[in-house]
Design a protein around this ligand. Structure first.
Ligand code: COA
Length: 143
């Protein structure tokens, strides 16, 4: 698949739908999130980017945050047969451009993410560095 070109790919801003999100999610992580939760997540995401080859979604990423102090990168996914072509780099570049354009001018802004151990070298390419914090998780059941 390395012969595929990124030239004909289409980039879309803030158009990623719950349906597209779930479709791409399943290509890498299996068990799908619920459509209702995903609809809300799309609606309340600061910035969504999606990449298409024709009608097929091949990449996505989103930025959560408050536009002031905190930005958090989530759900960076490239369809397996389209990986190692530069789409992941395109996604992260777009997310960081969003911070530069929307952050309070002249301030330093923390951009955070949680990476699987095998993906840390990918993020290090953009200057991300890990610290001593550990991710704590709790599955909380809604009433
Ligand atoms: C991680 C992921 C988004 C990378 O996307 P990609 O399109 O393959 O990345 P790119 O082709 O743009 O690669 C950009 C650079 O990172 C490198 N890279 C990509 N994946 C890497 C990895 N797992 N480890 C080390 N380097 C990696 C590439 O070699 C390339 O380096 P170069 O610019 O020096 O040549 C993709 O593998 C993916 O979607 N994985 C499954 C979902 C996932 O795990 N998401 C991240 C959750 S933490």
């Amino acid at each position: 698949m390395k012969s595929k070109s990124t030239e004909n790919l289409t980039i879309k801003y803030n158009e990623l739908t719950a349906y597209q999100f779930i479709e791409l999610w399943e290509t890498v992580w299996g068990a799908r999130p619920s459509p209702e939760q995903t609809e809300l997540a799309m609606k309340n995401t600061l910035f969504r980017i999606s990449v298409f080859d024709g009608g097929k979604i091949v990449g996505m990423a989103r930025m959560l945050g408050d536009l002031g102090l905190d930005y958090f990168i989530k759900d960076v996914v490239v369809r397996p047969e389209y990986q190692k072509m530069g789409i992941g780099r395109l996604l992260i570049d777009e997310l960081l451009n969003f911070v530069r354009k929307n952050g309070v001018s002249g301030t330093n802004i923390f951009v955070e993410l949680c990476a699987e151990p095998g993906k840390i070298p990918f993020y290090e390419k953009f200057g991300f560095d890990y610290d001593e914090s550990q991710r704590l998780k709790l599955m909380c059941k809604a009433d």
